[in-house]
Design a protein around this ligand. Sequence first.
Ligand code: BEZ
Ligand code: FE
Length: 295
Amino acid sequence: MTHPVGADLTQAVLARLDSCSDPRFKAVMSALVAHLHAFMREVDLTPEEWMAGIEFLTATGRACDAQRQEFILLSDTLGASMLAVALQQARAIGSGRGATEATEATVEGPYYLDCAPDRPLGADIGEGLAGEPTFYAGRVTDTEGNPIAGALLDVWSGDGEGVYDMAAGGRRGMPARGRFRTDDQGRYWFWSIRPGHYPVPMDGPVGRMLERMGSHPNRPGHIHMKVSATGFVPVTTHLFVADSLYLDSDAVFGVRDSLIVDFDAHGPGEAPDGRLLDRPYWSAHYDFRLAPLAG
Ligand code: BEZ
Ligand code: FE
């Protein structure tokens, strides 16, 4: 009997999957083992470093509870969440009709609540929040520009200082959250605030990792949307404020050029929906495009 080391050890571990009856699990595990061994060889990992890695992952697990998911934050800050999102969108849309025209997806993040209230078009979901009023408007269309009536926009964001209701101990009334349905011309419009940049949680193992990397924890100002309609591939995305800090260095790699939106400044007066404002406000226009479901 031989007891392999070096390259043979990798082959010996891979051989343990010979009888695996699940082809996808076998493919994923084989690649994981091969890449893990290659990584350890590439950096000539010491036992102390390997143990430090195990202790880091243990601390990451211990930092998780019902409110906090430190492993997802690790995945976000290593770009793995964004890569998974991009792979999923490519898989869902494929190279078929509309593949390149559909609105790009980005990370969901930890602050989505699947229970935002239905709001009428034109409602102000930023009322009473810190931040400057902003009129959001546009259309939801298919990838050929045909309007989609009754499409659902599920919207959420932090306030103008980047603080989410969940992070602020759960402000009452679901501020900066709402579900809107497009009208018969595929149009949507609502009011909220202009979202500010903010840091991801830094008081755990992932924060210490970012510090040691010499990186920063900030995300540029953005507003989240899930856009869906019957017969179309739904998209989870954000709109990013064009002149926000950190657009070029988002801590979770979520920025896509196609999602950066100019926020136009307006003086006090009548807004496009007829609302009279006694203070300056912003407007942001964006058309979402959904790809048809395959088949
Ligand atoms: C966010 O967009 O809210 C977010 C995304 C990833 C990690 C932390 C926050
Ligand atoms: Fe966010």
